[in-house]
Design a protein around this ligand. Structure first.
Ligand code: IDP
Ligand code: MG
Length: 156
């Protein structure tokens, strides 16, 4: 089972979309193993978006991500990283397919509602960046026996 880090960005919080966005991941069958509301500090935002430093949108991105509270989620499930990225949709809202989070709620290139890790390496680093070990909760999700076929021992 793979884990990934999701952030409902400040626009998602302020537009009242927290529940809708989290609900989509829940309904898909992904397990929430960590969740909190927080304000991202300047230092944390710079660390999280270090790969974009120097790009024209970088300063605005840091202002955006520190401009209001966010909700961070740790999700677990089969192919959680790829599945979540597909559910988010393309980076720019005006290009994202309907049915995706950005494609259903967004039109902007910068205010695009959600962040999701884009690789196993990024997920590991981002989960450690936003959650302490004790904030990630291990438990059996009751629905998992019907989300996956466990008849062969392994989830299918
Ligand atoms: P991603 O969030 O889909 O992985 P990235 O290319 O990693 O997209 O960019 C990180 C974030 O930076 C985006 O989610 C978006 O908020 C912002 N961003 C990316 N490209 C642009 C741009 O061309 N203009 C304005 N903001 C941008
Ligand atoms: Mg990215």
């Amino acid at each position: 089972m793979q884990q990934t880090l999701i952030i409902v960005k400040p626009d998602g919080v302020q537009r009242g979309l927290i529940g809708n966005i989290i609900g989509r991941f829940e309904r898909r069958g992904l397990q929430i193993i960590g969740m909190k509301m927080m304000r991202i500090s300047h230092v944390l935002a710079q660390e999280h978006y270090a790969m974009h430093k120097g790009k024209p949108f970088y300063d605005g991105l840091i202002r955006f991500m520190t401009g209001g509270p966010v909700v961070v989620l740790a999700l677990q499930g089969n192919n959680a990283i790829d599945v979540s990225r597909k559910m988010m949709g393309a980076t720019f809202g005006f290009k994202a397919e309907p049915g995706t989070i950005r494609g259903d709620f967004g039109l902007s290139s910068s205010f695009n509602l959600i962040h999701g890790s884009d690789s196993p390496e990024a997920a590991a680093a981002e989960l450690a960046r936003f959650f302490s070990r004790t904030e990630l909760v291990e438990y059996k999700l009751a629905s998992s026996d019907w989300v996956y076929d466990f008849s062969g021992g392994q989830p299918q």
